[in-house]
Design a binder for this molecule. Structure first.
Ligand code: TYD
Length: 135
């Protein structure tokens, strides 16, 4: 079973012998206004990131360089996604637990977010997250 709402989104790609170009417009190519951008880089081999869910935040994740996996879990279903190109990304709805692993060396994960940083929006305890999904 898949996760309703979470999906790959393919972005416009302007191919050119001088190098390709991809662009992203908030509320157009991603289903939210972009309020924040952050990125993970210099990730050591074998590292795992994530391990949380968000109450309201929506995100869109792109492998700007290299590759990594994202495991999504909405409390009922779990699915592993592989990201390895900069012309598509993974849309992650709110109330979805995510874990990231298998980072290739030199990989860069860029994340577009629907809200500014807010620690109170996080579920960092899996049991607490599961309880919230059953309510
Ligand atoms: P976290 O979201 O747990 O990282 P990841 O999901 O990639 O493993 O964030 C790690 C730390 O960075 C945590 O202390 C919060 C801080 N942080 C900010 O201050 N601002 C931000 O925009 C983000 C994403 C994290």
């Amino acid at each position: 079973m898949g996760l309703p709402g979470c999906r790959f989104i393919y972005l416009p790609k302007i191919t050119d012998p001088r190098g390709n170009l991809t662009f992203i417009e908030g509320a157009n190519h991603v289903p939210f206004d972009i309020k924040r951008v952050y990125y993970l880089y210099d990730v050591p081999g074998g590292a795992e990131r994530g391990g949380h869910a968000h109450k309201e935040l929506q995100q869109f994740m792109i492998a700007m360089s290299g590759s990594f996996d994202v495991v999504l879990d909405d409390g009922s279903n779990k699915q592993r996604f592989h990201l390895n190109r900069s012309y598509y990304g993974l849309y992650i709805a709110n109330m979805v637990w995510r874990e990231m692993d298998n980072f290739s060396s030199g990989s860069v994960c860029m994340v577009l977010a629907s809200e500014k940083f807010d620690e109170t929006d996080y579920y960092r305890d899996y049991k607490e997250f599961l309880k919230a999904t059953k309510q």
